[in-house]
Design a protein around this ligand. Structure first.
Ligand SMILES: Cc1cc2nc3c(=O)[nH]c(=O)nc-3n(C[C@H](O)[C@H](O)[C@H](O)COP(=O)(O)O)c2cc1C
Length: 209
């Protein structure tokens, strides 16, 4: 547990809202194949996970975790991706298998996001709430990677539902792999996408008559 006893958690943020919004606006999905070395170093990785750990967490049950896949473990991940493909399609050809393996080598920083769906005696905290907490953690990481000067993105896919991946990452009963989060140096700049307007994402509950 990081000791933040000195921080006044309830105090207003010494942060310019427009600057924060500008950072959020400029974040955009960068696919792992476009994320090159260098990636975040050890202290920047810690910052990423510290950002994740500031996510809201109903009941403080910490219903999610991350498993980093260092470069030296990418061969194991490649094996799992290939096995996952063979689970779906035992007749998959060599090209397809090579493409599945290749995905494991992308992005200098890669971590699997895992949600705990059940099995902790805390079922009053629904899966929706657990996923909302993980979503906040992911967004915090993406924004932090961006603030560090890296590109970042999320990637999922059928392999995440495979037995091969579950056993590679040692997922417990009740845990589910949700997506990978990747970060690194973007190979090219990408314009920020058009975002929905405030009135498209929020409406007003009408008062009484
Ligand atoms: C849980 C999750 C899984 C995702 N998986 C993928 C994926 O497999 N491939 C992909 O291209 N984008 C994936 N994305 C990223 C979205 O495609 C991306 O956020 C969306 O296109 C909007 O772009 P933006 O992030 O730049 O706003 C995923 C996003 C989330 C939240």
């Amino acid at each position: 547990m990081i000791d933040r006893a000195d921080d006044d958690a309830g105090a207003p943020m010494p942060c310019d809202p427009e600057a924060l919004l500008a950072c959020m606006r400029r974040r955009t999905q960068i696919a792992p194949r476009h994320l090159l070395a260098p990636g975040p170093d050890e202290s920047q990785r810690r910052q990423l996970f510290e950002a994740a750990a500031t996510a809201p967490d109903h009941g403080q049950i910490l219903p999610w975790r991350f498993v980093v896949v260092p470069l030296e473990a990418r061969g194991r991940l490649a094996d799992a991706f290939e096995q996952a493909l063979l689970e779906r399609d035992p007749a998959a050809g060599e090209d397809e298998r090579a493409r599945a393996r290749d995905k494991a080598s992308r992005a200098p920083f890669l971590a699997l996001a895992v949600v705990r769906e059940r099995g902790d005696g805390q079922q009053h905290i629904t899966l929706h709430e657990r996923m909302a907490s993980l979503g906040c953690a992911l967004q915090n990481m993406l924004l932090m990677a961006h603030a560090q000067g890296f590109g970042a993105g999320l990637v999922s896919g059928l392999a995440l539902r495979s037995g091969a991946l579950a056993s590679c990452f040692g997922l417990a009963a009740g845990e589910r792999a949700v997506c990978f989060v990747a970060a690194g140096t973007p190979a090219r700049r990408k314009p920020a996408r058009q975002r929905p307007l405030p009135e498209q994402v929020a409406s007003m509950l009408q008062g009484g008559d």
